[in-house]
Design a protein around this ligand. Structure first.
Ligand code: FMN
Length: 236
């Protein structure tokens, strides 16, 4: 009897694993555009604003003009968040033991993209505008509907756990996400844009809305756009 129960439980575990694998495969098949890669312009390494000015001007911006971001602006923002800046693959944002736990996505009017730091390129995930879905998943904050782009910072905890164990890793992953988000926000200011970091959302709903792989967890959203009152002094 006990042996039968053990067999049954092993069969259930195997079935669950198979279901997980099938779901992952399906998620890929449901996103046939996933392999479409879009090269981004090289990042501007000179900039237009001293860091101190960007720090002094950074303020959470929640009123956007509705204007889309240019390819150059998108490139610069993604590079600031996770761009590669050294031949050994190290990036703009620090990471514990350079293990790089983060994956960055961006939802814009013309689709949903994954940022691939290695080629500084976008990988098309879906041609759907997922901003309205993210708006619902993040407690219907109107600025999410109006933002030109919503960046989704997700993490693969296992990458850090392998070295630092399950107890320490969450702290390191969350610190890394903060670094990336701050880089992105400061870059937005420097480009004359504005943004707001958003932690208030339903984790599962965001994950589902953008079809995150099973091993990725959405940690942070960053809404970015042109300020509604672009000429108003101190509006960013
Ligand atoms: C971890 C974290 C989570 C946040 N989540 C939200 C949020 O869900 N919605 C929102 O409107 N602002 C959010 N903010 C922005 C804060 O409200 C904002 O940073 C704070 O009011 C200080 O204003 P400032 O950013 O303009 O200096 C968040 C900020 C942080 C650091």
């Amino acid at each position: 009897m006990r042996r039968n129960l053990r067999l049954l439980s092993a069969a259930m575990v195997a079935a669950r694993r198979l279901l997980h694998r099938t779901r992952a495969t399906l998620a890929k098949e449901e996103r046939p555009e996933a392999q479409v890669k879009i090269a981004l312009p090289a990042p501007d390494l000179a900039g237009r604003m001293p860091l101190e000015q960007a720090l002094a001007q950074r303020r959470s911006l929640r009123e956007f003009s509705g204007r889309h971001l240019s390819r150059e602006e998108l490139s610069q923002l993604l590079w600031a968040a996770q761009g590669i800046t050294a031949p050994d693959g190290r990036r703009t944002a620090p990471s514990a033991s350079a293990l790089y736990a983060l994956e960055v996505y961006v939802a814009a009017a013309d689709g949903f993209y994954h940022y691939a730091p290695a080629g500084h390129e976008l990988e098309l995930q879906s041609k759907t505008d997922l901003r309205p879905t993210l708006y619902w998943a993040a407690q219907c904050r109107s600025f999410l509907r109006d933002a030109a782009a919503i960046f989704v910072i997700a993490a693969v905890y296992e990458r850090i756990e392998r070295e630092y164990g399950r107890e320490r890793s969450p702290l390191y992953v969350h610190l890394e996400a903060g670094h990336a988000a701050q880089n992105l926000l400061l870059q937005a200011v420097s480009l004359g844009l504005g943004g707001v970091p958003v932690g208030g959302f339903y984790d599962d709903q965001v994950g589902k809305a953008v079809s995150l792989p099973n091993n990725e967890q959405a940690l942070y959203l960053v809404a970015v756009g042109h300020p509604a009152a672009e000429t108003r002094e101190g509006s960013v």
